[in-house]
Design a protein. Sequence first.
Length: 323
Amino acid sequence: MILVAGSLNYDITLYVDRFAPPKSVVKKIKRFLGGSGGNAAVAAARILGRGKVFLLSAVGNDEIGRAHVRALRDEGVITTLVKVIDDAESGQAFVIINKSGESAIYSYYGANACLTPEEVRDDVASVLEKVSYVLIMNPPLPIASMLVKLAQEKGRVILWDPGALSNLGLSKLADIIKATNYLLPNREELLILTGSKNETEAVGKLLKMNPELKLVIKEGAWGVKYVDLKNRVIYLIGGVPLRELGLELASTVGCGDTLVGAFTALKSMGYSDIEALKLSNCAAAINASKEEPRGSPRFNELIKLFKNKCSRLISTRIAELDI
């Protein structure tokens, strides 16, 4: 069993030909249930099955919030830690997707920002007795700090996708980084988090802060870089070319969430880091072929596709970390 903590949003998605100031014509509008926490939890639940994934999040006392809870339960996610905030709207995200499938996202946190450690500490402590892995996406910083402290005390494996919290920088996030087992930013977040000009400089700063850290850098269609700081080795795991799978790019929204959610689930099942990343990379590619942000595959579908097609398409290179 695993615990995921992060946001739940109602995505209002606008499809345009291009990101073009000052005006651009919207070709169509679609609405999806999303949010990084919800997307990752659903991706994990589709790997692990029903009743294996807890989600810590918050919604407003509104129809969007009720729709989130219904959808999560339908997916088999345990929602006892999804708190209803009476005086706040459920979070919303305004997503713009161009004809190449690239996205720009503007988020309104709403109820997501209202969780407090005092409100959930006892419930979280109880859940931590049942789980082995804790995936922290983008809850408020006090919630992330509380989770790390409690999970570390219980000896749980901590994975952290810093998201927008990267903007706070290393000094404010040092305690979390020192306790984290796996850090999973995208390349831009990594550079912002560490205040670095390049990945080598960023990795060097993280090495000084947490020599045991395992770093997964998400690079979209290019795949992922896996850096094992302790053993000074870096793996380059290439992206999955969608057309080789007979698929087309529809949207990149939710792909990173799918990758980290699937990776956490696969690790809890006993997969090695590299095999889990290859499979979760494949899951993210499948997600990219769907318009909805929760287009991740179920376990049997993922294994079948990986064995039949993805495994021969994903290249892996190994190099020594020269820092």
